[in-house]
Structure formats: C-alpha cells, structure tokens
Design a protein around this ligand. Structure first.
Ligand SMILES: Nc1nc2c(c(=O)[nH]1)N[C@H]1C(S)=C(S)[C@@H](COP(=O)(O)OP(=O)(O)OC[C@H]3O[C@@H](n4cnc5c(=O)[nH]c(N)nc54)[C@H](O)[C@@H]3O)O[C@H]1N2
Ligand SMILES: Nc1nc2c(c(=O)[nH]1)N[C@H]1C(S)=C(S)[C@@H](COP(=O)(O)OP(=O)(O)OC[C@H]3O[C@@H](n4cnc5c(=O)[nH]c(N)nc54)[C@H](O)[C@@H]3O)O[C@H]1N2
Ligand code: SF4
Ligand SMILES: [Mo]
Length: 695
C-alpha cells in the first residue's frame, strides 16, 4: 500500500482486474477513509498502461451497487420467483452443511460444484473450494464453457496454451485478427495493433460480423460461422502452390507435413470461397499477403481468439489455423506466429492449491458444465441432488436455457449460490451467500492475453456481511467436520502457494505484477511443448483416440445453407459494455447497450418486413426469444448477431439468446457450440417489459 506523503486518510492500493478478459489489467484503487472512490489502471504496468475499459473504470459503481447482496438469504417463495429472507450466517451454514452431509452420506457424487471465471483469481477461484469438494468426494466439473475446444486444438498442435508474446505484435508487418473483436474484448492488445499499423503493418480481420475492429482493419473477410478451417486450408493450398514455404522449418520443426500438404491440396480457394461464402479474390489476396511476408522476411502474426471455436469443428479449426505459422517459418521472428492464449505460460501450482490428494483414491464422475441442462434433467450416472454455484451465472450463460431453467427449478434439487448479486441463477437458489468483490479480498492472477502475474490486495473491508469465497468454504468445511490443516490456510498464504517459488512473491508484492521469464521467440528453433517437440500437424495422441490425426474441416451441425427448417445462422458474441453476463445490472453500462438487440442484414430484414427498432421473435426448435431488431451492415447476409448475454430478467421477455443455443458439443474439448445455431426471425407485436422499472 502506498500512503500519500501527507499521511492523509487517502491511499492507493494495487490490485488486478478479476474479470474473464485476456487483458488482466493492473488496478490502482484510491481509498479515502475506508471507501474506494476510484479505480484506475496502473501506469507502471506496461500492458495496462494506465488505461481501463469503460466497464472497470466504473468498478466502484458495481461494488457499491445498491443491489449488492450483503447478508445470507434463504428462499421463501417458489424457485425462480426471487423471493428471499435474510438469515444469519450461522443459520445458513448450519443448514447447508446438514443438507450436504445427508446427501453425501448416500452418495457424495450427487453433489456438484458449478463454477467458472466470474473471478479469474487463483485463490477465490479453485483453491479452498476445490479442497472442499475433493475432501467431500463430490462430482468433478468439466470446465468447458469457454475455451476448451480451442485449448485442446492448441495443446494437440503447439503442445500447450502458448504462443507469441503479445507485446511483439507491435512489430508485426501483417496481423490477422481472427475470430476476435479486439476493440471490444481485448482492448489492450488493440494498442499494440495500432502501433504496428502506424509502422506500416497490414491488418486483416476474419469475422462473420463487421465489428468495430473489422472496420479499422485494411481488409475484412466476413466468412460464415464455423468455416475457418476451410479458409485455413485454402491459405495452405496457396502457400504450397506458390512455394511460399519455409522448407527448412517444416523439415526440422514440424510433424506430419506430407499428410497436411496433401489435405491442403484438396482445398483450392474456389472450394473454400464456396464453403465460407466469401469472394475467392479475398482468399487469394490473404494468401498473397501471408506468403509475401515469408518472401520478404517480414513477421506475420495471428491473433486468434475464442470466437472462432464455438462451432462443431472449433477444435479442428483451431488446429488448422495454428498450423499456419510453421508453413512460412513465422515463428523464427519474435513478432511472428500466433497467440490464442498465454495461460499455459504460468507456473501455477494447481495441486498445491486444489489438493486433489484429498480425493484419497476416489474417482468421482465428471459433469460437463456445458450440458448442465441435460445433466440436471437426465443425468448420466447418479442424479444431481445438490449444486453449489460460485463465480458463474449458468441460468444466463449455459446453452439451451429452457432446459437449464427446468433443471434449476427441480423441487428436489438443493442449490446454494455464492454471489454479489441476485442473478438469474441466484433466483433459483435455496440459499444465496454474499461474496466479496475484488476490492475486498486477496488474490493472485495469471492472464490468458499476456505473460505477467498479478497480485490483488484488498482495498477495503468486506461490505456488509459478505465473505470471500475461500472463507465461505472454510466455514462450511468446519461445519462438515473436515479437520485437515489445509482448510486453515489464509488467503495471503494461498496467494504465495499459487506460484510457489516459481514467481518472486516479493516482486509481486512490491509492484503488483511480475513478468514470467520467457524467450522472446519461443519456437524459433522448434522446442514446442508437444511429445515430439515439434509443431504437430499430425497428432499421435488424437490418432490413438481413434480420431483424425490431422486437422480437418467439419461443417456446422446447424446453420444457414444447411437443409432444415431454420434459414439463418445466429452468433451471439460479447457486448462491449458487459463481461459475459456481468455488469448487465450496472445501470450506466446497461444504458450504453440499451436493449437486447439482434443485428440483421438489410436483405434478410426486408424479406421479413423487419425494420430497425421492431420487436422480433427469434426462434428455432428449442425456443423463442424476443428482442429489438437492428438492420445493420454489421450483420452479413444469412447470419444474425444476437449481441451479449443479457440477464434473462432484464430482457424483453424474461429470456436471452441462450434460449436458442444447443447443448451439442464441439469436436475436441467437449465445449459448447454457441455459434453453431440456426434460427428464423419474425416480426412480433410489442411486449411489455417483464420487469418493472427497466426502461
Ligand atoms: N467487453 C467484453 N470483453 C470480453 C468478454 C465480454 O463479454 N465483453 N468476454 C470475455 C471472454 S469470456 C472471452 S472467452 C474473451 C474472448 O471472447 P470471444 O468470444 O473470442 O470474444 P470476441 O473477442 O468478441 O470475439 C468473438 C468474435 O468472433 C466472431 N465469430 C463468431 N463466430 C465466428 C466464427 O465461426 N469464425 C470467426 N472467425 N469468427 C467468429 C464474432 O463475431 C466476434 O466478433 O473475451 C473476453 N472479453
Ligand atoms: N450465447 C452465448 N453464451 C455464452 C457465450 C457467448 O459468447 N454466447 N460466452 C461463453 C463464455 S466465453 C463464457 S466464459 C461463459 C461465462 O459465463 P460465467 O463464467 O458464468 O460468467 P458471468 O456471466 O460473468 O458470471 C460470473 C458471475 O460470477 C460472479 N462473481 C464474480 N466474482 C465473484 C466472486 O469473487 N465470488 C463469487 N461467489 N461470485 C463472483 C459475478 O457476480 C457473476 O454473476 O459464458 C458463455 N456463454
Ligand atoms: S475487463 Fe479487461 S480491459 Fe477491462 S479492466 Fe478488466 S482486464 Fe482490463
Ligand atoms: Mo469466455
């Protein structure tokens, strides 16, 4: 903590942004007389550069929100009605422990933890919580809802969630921004892109939606959702045909080139143009740009993001795209290669934090969070009798909400939700337990968009009766009779455990961040963390599972152009002023987003008599969702964009886009296929707002 020189009651506290965002900014919170009055970016941290996004600049508005849950609540009305009464911590924890104990006595696997990245903190995420569920022998959770298709693609091809260092994009001469709306979702990366652009770099955006990022690039390839692998193969085809290939790099540092080459030759640009729904000239031009970087010895970089892996073939598409840099030897240069996630660069001591040894030989079943609707209604294995939800809002964010809601509404399900707010999920809880925010607790953070570790110190005391997740699970453990010493570890001690001696805690403590030591060009001479040490175009590990050892193009399950009842493809990418479903209840941010909106191309709108501002029904076999139409050049023909994950209860009709998404899983990584979704749209008569006071 830095005190003002005049020793007034004002202080600046160093922290880290906890949100699920690749930027992981370093924060400086101004505290006056115990009250946080301002949250700013830490200018000493290079990636943050003193700048925060609009959402987190208003952080105090979220933490001191009048709707913050500040005491334990017990349900008094029917599930979903949102009726609760305040109870004491003692009453809540005693009752919860008794309920869980009764279930565990029959079968601990009937208890399921449900959590994701509401906070990315390693301590308030899976530390004491994981110890608690391991000790209990509860079901394990497969945390697949965001990134596991792409993650698996990365692991199979490059060997881990590894890639270029983000700062070197500033020196690239060609940047492909692929499946990412960087200005909306990765703002600090965009600063490096602007630097490169000033120095003459060419920028190409590959995205079905004409985003604010696409508008600022030199070229935009608005392909159909889920067709990225076809585009990648056509690029390879052109690289082969023109011999824009780094033969030495291919020979020394890759595995399976002959086979990949043969597959690429099946993809002339004309074929890909047909599949992707883009002009063939665009594909040729992109191949030319990429190939010329090789010819001229200039660095070419790809910023791949998770937006392109939320369709059936997302894992394979990732494998195809992350194979590209090896063809032209882009990895030889520190400003060349690809970055999808940097999270694998951090030496996180997971076993020490999460203590899987507490399972003591038990092997509980694993429940996939992405199919929680089906798991609650029609379980594989023992029926789910209790859910403990923290750091997530599944009723809003999980696919096929109709089934998720039906599952959460089960009378015989006991649900505990640790939260800041009464979210859509909390409405279905038996108990809501008030959790602290990042301003009120300790944590330590990795990043998936840069390679600095960060420390978060509490800036203020917990508001009301709220407690950190860790403390809630400590107290629950005590009531369950778990006496292991590890439940007594303090949050500060857990912060030290997170990286053990792999990161200098003194540096973290002094500056609030510490850079992980890594080579500038990690794969300049191969040394991929794969079994072979090479970039694995062909994966023996996948082949051993009976899967295709090579990447391939797998068409979507659903979507425009496929035969069936629903003629439009729908994607539902993030809204700039929300963070998944977080911040939807912050009035000033919701005011910027306005209302839930469906962007639709003029031709698709005209065919349906739809104009901007009209209330429309968006529907398919899974359900109907009402929102406002916006006829917009941001939408390509045949694809509609349902923007943002609104809280269901703050939407027009008490639902959101996930009413329409399916529980089908991706090819690799068991992940959801949010953007592999067909729908139709029709004009609707205006409806009243479901919730009073939401104008
Ligand atoms: N402001 C804001 N920032 C966020 C988030 C947020 O909700 N709001 N969410 C955070 C989270 S959880 C994550 S995982 C990260 C990354 O989250 P991502 O989901 O990668 O989000 P975006 O960077 O917006 O990129 C998604 C882009 O992919 C495009 N897209 C959709 N389908 C396809 C496809 O098939 N192919 C291609 N090429 N593009 C496609 C969409 O139109 C969109 O512009 O962002 C994080 N940052
Ligand atoms: N249709 C569609 N659906 C999507 C996506 C999409 O693009 N389209 N994106 C998907 C992606 S990429 C992701 S990552 C998921 C995200 O889904 P979630 O991980 O569920 O993210 P959020 O919706 O932000 O909800 C996080 C919740 O955690 C709470 N929280 C934050 N900090 C703490 C804490 O310290 N303690 C406790 N107890 N609670 C805390 C917040 O108040 C918030 O309600 O959604 C997925 N769903
Ligand atoms: S949400 Fe992202 S951009 Fe905004 S402050 Fe947090 S890390 Fe930075
Ligand atoms: Mo995500």
């Amino acid at each position: 903590m830095m005190q003002d020189p005049d020793q007034s009651a004002t202080s600046l506290v160093r922290g880290a942004c906890p949100h699920d965002c690749p930027d992981t900014c370093a924060l400086l919170t101004t505290v006056q007389n115990g009250v946080a009055i301002k949250v700013q970016g830490n200018p000493a941290h290079a990636h943050t550069d003193g700048v925060l996004c609009t959402k987190v600049s208003r952080y105090t508005e979220r933490s001191y929100h009048p709707d913050r849950i500040l005491q334990p609540l017990k349900r008094t009305g029917p599930k979903g009605s949102g009726q609760f009464a305040a109870v004491s911590w003692d009453e809540a924890l005693t009752d919860i422990a008794a309920r869980l104990q009764a279930i565990a006595a029959r079968n601990p696997e009937a208890i399921v933890p449900y959590s994701y990245a509401g906070t990315m903190g390693l301590v308030q995420g899976e530390s004491i919580a994981a110890r608690f569920f391991h000790r209990l022998g509860a079901s394990l959770l497969d945390r697949t809802i965001c990134a596991s298709a792409g993650g698996e693609g990365l692991v199979q091809t490059l060997g881990g969630k590894v890639g270029m260092k983000v700062e070197f994009f500033a020196e690239s001469k060609l940047i492909l921004i692929w499946g990412s709306n960087s200005i909306g979702s990765n703002l600090h990366f965009w600063r490096y892109v602007q630097q490169a652009k000033r120095d003459g770099a060419r920028l190409v955006c590959i995205d079905p939606r004409k985003t604010e990022t696409a508008e600022k690039c030199h070229a935009h390839i608005a392909l159909r959702p889920g067709t990225d692998a076809a585009l990648a193969f056509a690029l390879m085809h052109e690289l082969v045909r023109h011999d824009w290939l780094d033969h030495a790099y291919l020979a020394e540092h890759t595995l399976g080139w002959a086979a990949l080459r043969a597959r690429a030759l099946e993809w002339p640009p004309e074929r890909a143009a047909e599949v992707c729904g883009v002009p063939v000239e665009q594909i040729r031009a992109l191949a030319q740009d990429y190939g010329q970087c090789f010819v001229n010895g200039q660095p070419a970089a790809i910023r791949l993001n998770y937006g392109m892996q939320r369709t059936r073939g997302g894992g394979n598409a990732t494998r195809a795209v992350v194979s590209l840099p090896a063809l032209i030897g882009a990895w030889r240069h520190r400003a060349g290669g690809v970055l999808m996630s940097s999270s694998g660069q951090f030496p996180v001591q997971r076993a020490a934090l999460q203590r899987p040894d507490l399972l003591a030989g038990r092997q509980p079943r694993t429940v996939n969070m992405s199919t929680i609707g089906d798991a609650l209604l029609d379980p594989i294995g023992p029926k789910i009798e209790a859910l403990v939800v923290y750091n997530s809002n599944p009723v809003a964010v999980a696919p096929e909400s109709g089934k998720v809601v039906q599952g959460f509404a089960r009378q015989d399900l006991f649900t505990v939700v640790l939260e800041h707010f009464q979210t859509d999920t909390a409405d279905y809880a038996d108990y809501i337990l008030p959790a602290t925010t990042q301003l009120e607790h300790w944590d330590v953070h990795s990043s998936y968009g840069h390679t600095d570790a960060l420390l978060n110190r509490p800036a203020i005391a917990p508001l009301g009766q709220s407690k950190p997740n860790t403390q809630i699970f400590r107290e629950l453990a005590a009531r369950m009779g778990f006496t292991e010493d590890c439940f007594n570890d303090s949050d500060e001690a857990l912060c030290r455990t997170a990286y053990g001696d792999q990161v200098d805690f003194g540096a973290l403590d002094e500056h609030g961040f510490a850079t992980i030591t890594l080579p500038d060009a990690p794969f300049a001479t191969g040394q991929f963390p794969t079994p072979s040490g090479k970039c694995e175009f062909w994966s023996a590990r996948l082949a051993a599972q009976g899967l295709d050892g090579l990447p391939d193009y797998l068409p979507n399950y659903e979507g425009a152009g496929l035969s069936g009842d629903y003629p439009l493809a729908m994607i539902s990418p993030p809204a700039r002023n929300f963070l998944n479903s977080s911040f939807v209840n912050v009035t000033s941010l919701r005011a910027i987003e306005g209302e839930p909106v469906l962007e639709i191309h003029a031709s698709d709108a005209q065919a349906r008599g739809i104009t901007t501002g009209a209330v429309v029904r968006v529907f398919n076999q899974r359900g109907t969702y009402r929102c406002k139409a916006k006829v917009s050049p941001r939408a390509r023909a045949g694809v509609v964009n349902g923007m943002g994950i609104w809280w269901r209860k703050l939407g027009l009709d008490g639902s959101n886009v996930n009413q329409l998404t399916s529980q089908r899983l991706t090819d690799l990584g068991r992940a959801p296929t949010f953007y592999d979704c067909w729908v139709d749209v029709a004009l609707d008569t205006p409806v009243q707002h479901a919730t009073p006071g939401i104008a």
